[in-house]
Design a binder for this molecule. Sequence first.
Ligand SMILES: [Zn+2]
Length: 310
Amino acid sequence: MAMEVSSDRWIKCISTQGNIRGVAIQATELVQQMAERHQLKGQAVQGLGEAVVGALLIASYCKAGQRINLNIQGSGPFKQALVDAHPDGTVRGYIIERGEPQAPGAPLGEDFGPWGEGLLSVLRTREGDEVAAKPYIGTVPLLTGHLAKDLSFYWVQSEQIPSAVGLAVNMEGDRVSSAGGFLVQALPGASALDVRVLEHHISEIQSLAKSIAENSSPMHLLSQIFQSTAFVVVEEKPVQFQCNCSWERVQRALVLVGVPELEAILVEDKSAIVKCDFCSTEYRMDEGELRGLILRLKEASASGVDEVSD
Ligand SMILES: [Zn+2]
């Protein structure tokens, strides 16, 4: 089977003086694919797309084996977004729309972005030791409701790194025509002038959405930002959607539900359907499989074995 070639990727670079680093991402196909999986439309596609690109920007500076969860809880049309991203360029995530008019009594300023007020948190863990190792969590309030601005604030506040973030998702009808973003950071040794020059270039990109609509290549974006500041590319990596849910994981989850609850499901529904929030895949256990699982659990508890093996 031929692999579909996607041009989605990130490019990381550093100034030749070593005092400013940047990463730019193109994620057009990835965001479209996720929107289709979750059957999202319009503003929700843009909301999830921004969250996904934002999470990948953070993940691009994680160590191998780490992962990050970006969790945004807002008061605008989106209730919550949760994105799980890895430094290998894989990402999954979902968005929960509010689905009801905003509660009165909390009018937001006109400048407030679509996320409204709320909290943005980043959880950084090493794969497999969520319990053993203490994860790093940084939480900041949503100050503007614009995710790019609030992520810049997160970097400054929580990681003490002066940063500029840009995110954009363009739509043509219900399709994503371009999606991407950038993160540029001043490292120790960057002078105030170095930072001002880059800030000026970033402000010259009047609309990131317009810029990536014309050319969504990450290299093009980095050249626009760095201009005469010489830089070298340190990494170019494909980014893609990937969920690690599986039938085995679903079965393990059902085991935790316990025999009485499983028997109740068997009587009422005749089958169990478990949906993965991150990718919308539905796993269905039919009546026979459910009966088999209950029987195995009962036998295991009768013989004093805690866990059911396959
Ligand atoms: Zn999944």
